[in-house]
Design a protein around this ligand. Sequence first.
Ligand SMILES: Nc1nc2c(c(=O)[nH]1)N[C@H]1C(S)=C(S)[C@@H](COP(=O)(O)O)O[C@H]1N2
Ligand SMILES: [Mo]
Length: 407
Amino acid sequence: MEEKNDKKIPRRAMLKAAALSATTALMGGVKVPDPVKTGVIPDPTKVQGAVPGKLGTRSPFEQPIKKASEISGRTPLQDLYGIITPSDLHFERSHAGVPLIDPQKYELLIHGMVERPTVFTLKDLKRFPALSRIAFIECSGNFRTGKETMTPQEICGLTSQSEWTGVMLSTLFREVGASPKATWFLAEGSDAAVMTRSIPMEKGWKDAMIAYAQNGEAIRPEQGYPARLFLPGWEGNMNIKWIRRIEVSDQPFMTREETSKYTETIKDHKIRQFSFDMDARSIITYPSYPQEVEKGWIEIRGIAWSGRGKIDRVEISTDGGKHWNNAVLQEPVLDKAHTFFRYLWRWDGNPAEIMSRAVDDTGYRQPFMKQLIDARGSDMGGYHLNPVTAWLIERDGKVLFKPEKRK
Ligand SMILES: Nc1nc2c(c(=O)[nH]1)N[C@H]1C(S)=C(S)[C@@H](COP(=O)(O)O)O[C@H]1N2
Ligand SMILES: [Mo]
């Protein structure tokens, strides 16, 4: 700026720039002229920077958003790097909105086939050993197709990954003296949907968690504040948010969410019930729609995950599925977790079709849509669909989704 020797100037310069436009952005918690809207970007070595604020902020040049509808918000997978979903971009699916819960009044009741029915406050829960685990949550309805102009967010943005911290459910089961004869437990939420699901005790003893923290802070309201059930690798809807009650039993409760909902039509007009695990899946997030690429070296990037274990490998094809090569997996490859992959490819400028296929450590390989239809019939429902996703690269470098046909 002009008056660079005057110590008071930087502030004046900022005010002057601010006067140019009413549009502002937040930086370091301070309002500054929005450089994106005003086009005014002062030489950063000539003006005092923003002072520290109470909360950090994104660069105004980066504005990833959840794609929200009345019932859900989707993670912008194409805007992310690595494997952790920033908490404010975690996908969200709530059947009756996000309730406001007073942590002081929060209670979790565990009763039924237990020796000591107990009510735990949030403080009680936090006194038990605290464990942390990085893993994904994915909605079983995480599949959309239809048009070429769809982003990874629109196709499968109902999966996100956090570091979850809480108490193991096995610890609480021991505390209340859960009966060894018990085989199922009911988990109930305290939202207006009072969402309930039956879960095998085996999962409860194995790796279920009552999570009260997410990515280093208290769990977000959208994710179940102050506490949710977390079932690594299992379909999203069983991960009951705002959990208030667990009833231990020797049979499933046959709730609405496991009878009329969250069941899948399969072949011969049969219905599949209690499909817990999320099968292995992957998606290339770069290049993807609406990005554009140039001829030459391109690092194909994406994420792969499996609810049954670790990702063993991700196979990449750049010729529409004729040949496959293994991508490089970014360490650490975690159990039941989004895994970042990359694959170096030289694009010759001709139209191409690129796709990824995940294989997990149980040997399961991500299917093509055709294989899903062959196995389940064309009347299959909309849950647990994890087909290989292909992107078409046009001669001009534009990238389009290749929509899978459901029939
Ligand atoms: N109490 C309660 N728990 C709930 C839900 C709900 O509506 N109410 N939605 C479920 C569904 S369908 C999914 S996919 C996951 C979504 O978790 P998230 O919103 O933290 O991403 O929460 C599940 N737990
Ligand atoms: Mo869901």
